[in-house]
Ligand binder design. Sequence first.
Ligand code: ZN
Length: 407
Amino acid sequence: MSLEILTGLPGSGKSERLVGLVQSARDAGQEVQTIACSDSLILQGRRNITENRRMGSRSGLNTKLDRFEPLENAVQFLNAAESGWLLAFDEAQHFGPEIVNAWCAASDRGVRILIASPSHGQLELLLQRGHRPTALTLTCQKCGSKAASEFFCRMDENKTEAVCDGCYEKMKKVAEKQAARLLRKQAPHPGKKIIYQPVELPACRNWEVIREDSERRFEIVRQACAEVGLLGRESSYLDIGCNTGFFCHRMSQAGFRSTGVDVVKEDIELARLLGAYSRRDYAKYVASDAYIYLRHTQEVRFDVISAFSVFQWIMIQKTAQHGLHCMNWLFRKSKCLCVLEMGESTEDHYVKRIGMKYDSVWIRTFMETSGEFERVELYEGEKHGLKRDLFLGIKHGDEMAKPKAGR
Ligand SMILES: [Zn+2]
């Protein structure tokens, strides 16, 4: 059978094995093509792939990446491949289950197919057709004695840690304890059991949450995402002023690739700690001032963007004009959906601090006249049990029509 499947935890050597097989086939003068999926936001974010066109393993072994292309092209190429060729798919999970038929058909014609890291969905289909994977194992990287069965992923360091069951439970507990300690220590009320956004740790169950409307706000965003067809595909989400990552986490659970930005370093530390060891949601966090981040990443766009009560702080700490720039950059940066909530200059604690006068009507008009949205929806705070009015700027670009590879 000319279809080889490599499974195993990160660090178990799947890519290494794949590169080794590719190299020896190349050395033997065979026709070899290496292929990775360009629909994947994760792979799009790897410079080694996009700029250097290399794919490789942690150990440093690497080989030329011949084709970085969307599912559709990969399927076409598979259908045209000739008997005796070797086609190697690294990080194969990103192609989704739609590619499995083409793998099997090519394999039946005598094409040698090498698949590293299939998704659960892909693996199930391959098993149904009688293909068995080679499961690579590794030893727990913590205790160094038992077999690893789980892994943690530090997105900020691009590092994974494969561990045994016992070490997994221990490390998770330690991290959660540390997170609860940090949460208690920091703003808005150091030393008290008060947090700004909800955190789902058991230790925080009875703590006071300042934004107790967080889940309601998430539900509004999730519903809007469903209406514009963003669920069930690998959509991207950016939260400006992410605090400890509540929205990034909930959006990750809804299938999004989340990125959070916040100027408060302690909040970013906490979000990273929770993301890696407790939530395990692959959300990425960036410590940056919203103005600087938006200004320097204008060409990077996201399907969904939110900024919850953050731009009034830019206006207070810098100038009103800085806040208006942020709003415009935010509007342009969203491909489909832009979620905005702002403290208004009419609120008692902001009067005289913001540097300009605006209210809800003004914000809506500002969004509408930006020309960036097909329509702007208002969720009135009072009606929906929210602390502040919530605005949704909705776009229907060509980008919406293009289906992406499922996961
Ligand atoms: Zn262990």
